[in-house]
Design a protein around this ligand. Sequence first.
Ligand code: ZN
Length: 147
Amino acid sequence: MADLRELYQEVILDHSRNPRNFRKLESADRFAEGSNPLCGDRIALFLNLDGGRIAEVGFQGQGCAISKASASMMTASLEGKSEDEARALFEKFHAMVTGTGPADKESLGKLAVFSGVSEFPARVKCASLAWHTMRAAIDRKANVTME
Ligand code: ZN
């Protein structure tokens, strides 16, 4: 079990140091900004849709390793998803990190590395900031603040 945790930490460190899709999308179809004042995490999320599916995702921002890794891994998991599928993934991820629902680790794939976050209430907002921002972008809300 300890080895598994180390592996999880490695994945999170890798994504926080080398975030995927860390770029602004010019002329994005959807855009939202999110902030988590408690930790100082900020994110800007850009989505491009094609035929009702998320074709391109980009994000920018600054924050702690957890928030950056979560945003990075989220962008990788969103490509090709419909808006409804992205919302459903939000619900699963949110239930996992808040510990409010059964962790559907199989369908969450690599995102399951964040399951340990539920044991650290202060980090839950760091891990879910990008996801709240993504849902705001899909729902055409300009910004979201974690409270
Ligand atoms: Zn944070």
